[in-house]
Design a protein around this ligand. Structure first.
Ligand code: ING
Length: 311
């Protein structure tokens, strides 16, 4: 366990990545933020979901070759190797979201956790895939995660990084309480995640401000209810004219916002996260072993959709 119980935690928010932006140009931006995070006391840096490319699920593509250009066939690979090398040189761990194409041809929305020696110590594949798989001709843009990715097959897992227990998830996962509960039942202390959240809802006329409101509520409530530090990194701003929300944040186990990005550009926020804060909540109000009654929670696992009241 981390003795002094404090860890330098950074979120590296990214501004837009446009279709024309090369991996090399994107990696240069990530390197810049790694260096800034290090200079401000970070030990672990959280990058966004699908950090290396534009949010391509907004586009309808039928040609596999066209789709492949957004995926990484290996990780690391020559184009992202500079990121691993620089992190190792700086002694930083990091979380990175990217589109994974496996040797068997399977596609996942994936994130990895890399330790300060440049080793991948954990991988996660997105479980809650939002959006649709059909071509919505009348929509201003698509949200084709259900078409381009398989449901993740690795579960929600906790990894030991710098003697601290890290859980990972991705974007829409942050809206589901089950995500955090499964991680906190594995004694996670920090949950890290990246997101790409369009400002406009293509399904109904949702007020734009609610995208940020619901994003923050989801993180703050679940941080508190699971005694977790939560660090969330946006890729945001207008990508080829399609806007996504910013508001990257670091949330304490109290549920309080400790740091928040102010721009919709590349921006680093850093917090010295005191892990002892979570300990008090796990010992008392959210002492799972003492207070939880799983025998009354069966519906959460046994049912998928809402159904009839219990007899
Ligand atoms: N994006 C959005 C997210 O969960 C969304 C999709 C937004 C779903 C708002 C429901 C409500 O933040 C991704 N990539 O999951």
């Amino acid at each position: 366990m981390n003795s002094n119980r404090a860890i330098g935690l950074a979120v590296a928010q990214m501004g837009p990545v446009n279709l024309a932006d090369s991996r090399e140009a994107v990696v240069r931006r990530l390197l810049e933020m790694l260096r800034e995070a290090k200079s401000r006391g970070a030990e672990v840096v959280v990058f966004p979901e699908l950090a290396l490319t534009t949010f391509f699920p907004r586009y309808w593509m039928e040609d596999e070759g066209e789709l492949d250009r957004f995926f990484e066939k290996t990780m690391p690979n020559p184009r992202v190797q500079p990121l691993f090398d620089e992190a190792k040189k700086l002694g930083l761990g990091f979380y990175l979201g990217y589109a994974e194409l496996t040797p068997e041809g399977r596609r996942f929305n994936t994130s990895i956790l890399v330790d300060k020696t440049g080793n991948i110590i954990g991988k996660y594949r997105k479980i809650h895939l939002p959006g649709h798989s059909d071509h919505k001709l009348e929509a201003p843009f698509q949200h084709l995660e259900k078409k381009y990715f398989e449901v993740g097959d690795l579960g929600f897992r906790v990894f030991d990084l710098h003697d601290t227990r890290f859980g990972m998830c991705l974007c829409n996962d942050r809206r589901w309480p089950e995500t955090y509960r499964v991680l906190s039942l594995q004694s996670a202390e920090i949950v890290v995640l990246g997101y790409n959240t369009p400002s406009v809802n293509i399904h109904w006329n949702e007020p734009v401000h609610l995208r940020t409101t619901t994003h923050l509520i989801s993180l703050q409530a679940n941080a508190y209810q699971n005694a977790l530090w939560v660090a969330a990194a946006a890729k945001c701003g207008s990508e080829d004219g399609f806007h996504m929300i910013g508001s990257s944040v670091i949330v304490a186990p109290t549920g309080e916002l400790v740091a928040r990005a102010l721009t919709e550009d590349d921006e680093v926020i850093v917090v010295k996260a005191d892990l002892r804060i979570g300990e008090n909540f796990r010992k008392h109000v959210f002492n799972f072993a003492k207070h939880r009654r799983p025998e009354f929670y069966r519906l959460i696992v046994d049912r998928v959709g809402a159904g009839e009241p219990l007899p």
